[in-house]
Ligand binder design. Structure first.
Ligand code: FES
Ligand SMILES: [Fe+2]
Length: 417
């Protein structure tokens, strides 16, 4: 058999054997994993649409494409600036396996670098630490300053010769990742291809400027003692987002929350261009005990005082905006069926966020959100299990109650191709 003839048959054999076909450039084509019709139907009007198919939740090859298209190519949350508060603070973070370093340099700027040594590729930073001057790679001790510049290369030119005329250190610094800080979130665009973040976020900022003007947003302070928890969800990260977008499940999944903010008090939010979706309530009024009350954002209009909005900014952060606190609940997708959810809670000014006077209220508020999010974890894990059913076609939406969730499914179906 000639070599040419054999290579012509190879794709046919592969298909017969059930292997996924690959393009000549080695990249897997999304339509080799998910049939085009299954993605196209997601984008139909809601009464005719189905949701994303099972492959988007349980196929490892699909997840590799998703990492590129929905994470590397988008603006994505990888942490919060207040978790590295002092110059020299640094921590590693892996985004679906991509190793990153988050640090604060001597100019007090938050920087994100690829966590890989430019010498032989060792993952340099293994755990959270304070860096006085340099990040030193444990393998051959090449060292980088907090601006990512390679500043020391021991014995590079032979014993006791730390330089070489054939080696230009300035070309071997750490590779910086494009990043932006908004509402304390560290947001990165790894492929450096998206529109500037200020432009990307403008539709949501404009929406919130009516009751949460920018000068009020600058007042948020992370609570150091009672402002963080994390939950592990044995499911795909998308379930957390699509569940967050709708209030349809309130009466059955969150009876406590539903007692003061009923399903009928909610309205839908669908961002245009399609980058966010969620819901709002007109009766945010939690029953926290005690004589103190949290201070409110000073410019929040009196006639909107009981409005709260819950918006998922795609792909991986769910925000909650209230008159007296804000939270960012961001997702760390570990793999296609494991997600860590990080809750970061903020109050209006340092006294509300950190003083003894408000500690009891902060404790109650943290508990309230922990319970609500914990209730959701059980639901989204059950959805992962349901996706093992070959009979499930992605689902049929309620034409009235599921609009924001459909909005998110459309975002995925459009951006994955
Ligand atoms: S791999 Fe880092 S110094 Fe060699
Ligand atoms: Fe929920």
């Amino acid at each position: 058999m000639s070599r040419d003839f054999a290579s012509n048959l190879l794709p046919i054999y592969r298909e017969m054997l059930g292997f996924s076909m690959t393009k000549l450039n080695g990249q897997t084509n999304i339509y080799d994993i998910v049939k085009k019709e299954k993605l196209d139907v997601v984008n139909k009007p809601i009464s005719e649409a189905h949701g994303l198919p099972n492959e988007c939740y349980n196929n490892i090859e699909y997840t590799k494409i998703e990492r590129k298209k929905l994470f590397e190519d988008k603006w994505v949350v990888v942490g919060v600036a207040s978790s590295i508060p002092k110059p020299g603070d640094a921590k590693p973070f892996d985004l679906l396996g991509i190793p990153l370093i988050l640090l604060r340099n001597k100019k007090n700027q938050v920087k994100v670098y690829h966590n890989v040594c430019s010498h032989r590729g060792y993952k340099i930073l293994q755990k959270k630490c304070y860096i006085k001057n340099v990040i030193r790679c444990p393998y051959h001790s090449w060292s980088y300053n907090l601006d990512g510049e390679l500043v020391a290369t021991p014995h590079l030119g032979g014993m006791d010769k730390h330089e070489s005329k054939d080696f230009d250190k300035s070309l071997s610094g750490l590779k910086e990742v494009r990043s932006f800080i908004w509402l304390d979130m560290i947001i990165v665009n790894i492929s450096n291809n998206e529109v500037p973040f200020e432009k990307y976020i403008k539709p949501l900022k404009d929406r919130w400027s009516k009751f949460w003007p920018e000068k009020d947003q600058k007042l948020i302070k992370h609570s150091n003692d009672l402002g963080y928890f994390k939950l592990k969800a044995k499911c795909n990260w998308k379930f957390a987002i699509e569940n967050y977008c709708e209030s349809y499940h309130l009466p059955w999944v969150h009876p406590g929350l539903n007692s003061y903010s009923k399903i009928s008090d909610h309205y839908h939010i669908q961002g245009l261009p399609n980058r966010f979706a969620g819901q709002g309530t007109v009766v945010y009024n939690p029953r926290l005990k005690g004589k103190n009350k949290f201070p409110c954002f000073p410019n929040w209009p009196k006639n909107k005082i009981n409005i709260a909005e819950y918006v998922a900014l795609f792909p991986n952060v769910m925000m909650g905006v209230h008159k007296d606190h804000y939270y960012a609940y961001w997702l760390e997708p570990v793999n296609h069926q494991l997600t860590i959810e990080h809750m970061e809670i903020y109050y209006v000014g340092n006294e509300a966020a950190n003083s003894k006077k408000f500690k009891n209220l902060r404790k109650q508020n943290l508990k309230l959100w922990y319970n609500v999010q914990y209730e959701d974890v059980h639901i989204i894990e059950g959805m992962q299990e349901g996706r093992n059913s070959p009979s499930y076609n992605g689902g049929n939406f309620s034409p009235v109650m599921d609009n924001p969730t459909h909005h998110f499914h459309k975002w995925v179906a459009t951006n994955i191709v």
